[in-house]
Design a protein around this ligand. Structure first.
Ligand code: SF4
Length: 387
């Protein structure tokens, strides 16, 4: 079974409604009753469940955006272990928040979580706004997250639409419009709002998500054991395989570049990714166009959104004198472990450690001369794409 992930929420202008017709579900009260009863006996055992604390609901929901549930479990435990309250998160330094987030990806979520915690403490005395609309005034909290916090933590009758619930609702209602975020969501939100019950809205919303994760899966849904099969329009009309409509796939773009491990004596140069770049705020090795000079020590390949990055890694030595370039910092190899680094940066750091002995040999006067014959000052090109 391929678990679905939640899309990261963005503050955008209100999307136009699709032209496709959204058929309402025939008996919302019975759907809710059957679904909540199934949830009581079949729900997933997740570390953020069992608590209606708004802070824990919020942290888990932000982590779950774009990230699979199994991957989030350990991160969540570590994060709330280190920051058990919104006040403790607000008091933290950003680099510590990013270090705990490292490997989870989409670091904008971590920065916004941190910024929102500071706003909650500074402007709301440590208590979250008690309405979905109020929650949406905080950084990183969009329509989905606000609905999740308001319904799960406070029992408010607010709908949620994320990857799993979107698919379940589309099938229940027989909605065959596109659901790829290009205007297709609004009918689903309306149906979700018509389904969510006044009683136990939080359990209903979590039941929708669990049903989508465990039963109403993207491929081969288990309709034979589905607790709401008798209400399902897609099943009744033989269109389960067609709903939701297939997404338009974006072409993958390949980028070839070089990461340069610039060595100055026992230290290496790292640069902090700036505003508007992928992994903003995290440390990485400088990048140059493909073909940059230096001793080749490896290669890393990774994907970011619809890009595939093929990155050669070279090592280059520079003279001991002189300051670090703007935005850069010289650090010992052992100190890299304490920095919040991009995921490719962390992999390059491992390569650097692996090649430490070889690098020490090449640091001999003869080897050093050989390496410095090329470009002596690092003409560094910082990454410039937006995450
Ligand atoms: S009957 Fe099948 S398609 Fe309909 S909600 Fe249940 S699992 Fe999904």
């Amino acid at each position: 079974m391929k678990p679905a992930v939640r899309r990261q929420e963005r503050r955008t202008a209100r999307r136009p409604a699709t032209t496709a017709t959204a058929a309402p579900v025939a008996d919302p009260a019975r759907v809710a009753r059957d679904l909540v009863a199934w949830y009581a006996r079949a729900k997933r055992d997740l570390p953020w469940r069992g608590s209606r604390d708004a802070y824990r609901v919020w942290v888990s929901e932000i982590m779950l955006q774009q990230t699979q549930v199994d991957r989030v479990k350990d991160y969540f435990a570590r994060f709330v272990g280190r920051f058990p309250t919104v006040e403790s998160l607000a008091a933290a330094e950003e680099h510590e928040v990013l270090r705990l987030w490292e490997g989870l990806g989409y670091y904008r979520r971590a920065r916004q979580l941190h910024a929102a915690a500071r706003r909650v403490v500074a402007e709301h005395g440590g208590g979250f706004p008690r309405t979905a609309a109020g929650l949406r005034g905080l950084p990183g909290i969009g329509r989905y997250t606000a609905g999740a916090i308001a319904s799960i933590a406070w029992g408010r009758r607010e709908p949620i639409v994320e990857a799993n619930s979107r698919r379940v609702i589309a099938r229940l209602a027989g909605h065959d419009g596109r659901l790829d975020g290009s205007g297709g969501d609004e009918p689903i939100w309306r149906i979700a709002a018509s389904l969510v019950p006044a009683r136990s809205p939080g359990r209903f919303n979590q039941a929708l998500m669990d049903l989508g994760a465990m039963v109403c899966t993207p491929e081969k849904p288990l309709c034979g054991t589905c607790p709401v099969a008798r209400h399902c329009r897609a099943l009744a009309t033989g269109r389960v395989a067609e709903i939701p409509a297939a997404k338009r796939r974006r072409a993958v773009e390949t980028i070839r570049e070089t990461a340069v491990v610039v060595r100055r004596g026992p230290r290496v140069l790292v640069v902090r990714r700036g505003p508007g770049e992928w992994w903003e705020g995290l440390w990485d090795f400088p990048r140059e166009p493909r073909g940059a000079t230096g001793r080749r020590i490896g290669r890393v390949a990774y994907g970011v959104t619809h890009h595939r990055i093929d990155c050669a890694v070279v090592e280059r030595r520079v003279p001991l004198a002189g300051p670090a370039p703007s935005g850069g910092r010289w650090v010992s190899i052992s100190a890299l472990a304490g920095l919040a680094m991009t995921s490719p940066g962390r992999r390059i750091a491992a390569l650097v450690a692996d090649h430490g002995a070889a690098s020490s040999r090449s640091a001999s006067p003869r080897g050093g001369r050989r390496l410095n014959r090329g470009k002596r000052s690092a003409n560094l090109v910082k990454p410039s794409r937006v995450e």
